[in-house]
Design a protein around this ligand. Sequence first.
Ligand code: ZN
Length: 287
Amino acid sequence: MFNAKLPLTNVLLFLFLSSYCNAQQRIFDVHLHGAQEPRTQLEDLAKAGVYKIAISTSWDLQQQYKEKDDFQVLRGLMVPCPNGKVPYSLQSCFKEGKEWPSLDWVEEQIKAGNINFIGEVLSQYYGISSSDSMLLPYYRLAKKYNIPVGIHTGSAGPDHGCPNFQEHLGNPSLMGTLLKQVPGLRVWIMHAGAPYHHDAINIMTNFPQVYTDISAINNPNIFNQEKFASIVKLFVDSGFEDRIMFGSDNSNIDTTIKSVSQLSFLTKKQKEKIFHLNAERFFEAKD
Ligand SMILES: [Zn+2]
């Protein structure tokens, strides 16, 4: 929309301010799920400065998330789906209520460019370890096609609808086995492993290709700002400022961005790394 009655100076000021704001806040949201109104969801994200997302949700809904103008979309593969369903929203992940999609089909979809990463891996919700042997063939496919894997860790909110969920299965230290069995696999620890963030740090120390996202912990209704700040500081002090990625996990986008923006111990450059530079490197890494 362009209001022809606006004086030219106002228009120029508006153009200057909007490009300035975009330059200030360029966001790659690596942790997003489906919404009832994808269009509204994407508009809100774009308004907040998000230009790229990594989304995982039911297969059908995921097809509605398309690239538009400069807005980029990476699509994941939720696996395994407890009772065939996406936790919380409880839509069927795949046709016929499958918990595990067939490997042939997954490979076809990767080749067709419909799957850009494996995740969110829901092993904890399913009641198995992230290194369970049932997951290994999927990890091997990811390695074969050089796409990353995002694994849910830490805890969970109420009413996820997954009866086999177990808290201790959210410990990132369980990833040690899979990282040894599929050497070089690019993995990101979703939710920073919190409250097992010290274990996340150990894994990241031992496996330099492992990154983390800070979704859920950057939501002040889940972790207060002080706790969030102490976890981010721990990762940065451990030498991982290049391996932390922003994610919103469908929490309010402005609030989750603000949680990072107001961290006074981070430099402008470090914030830029967290908001998009690290994720760009992680997702586009080539062999
Ligand atoms: Zn998660």
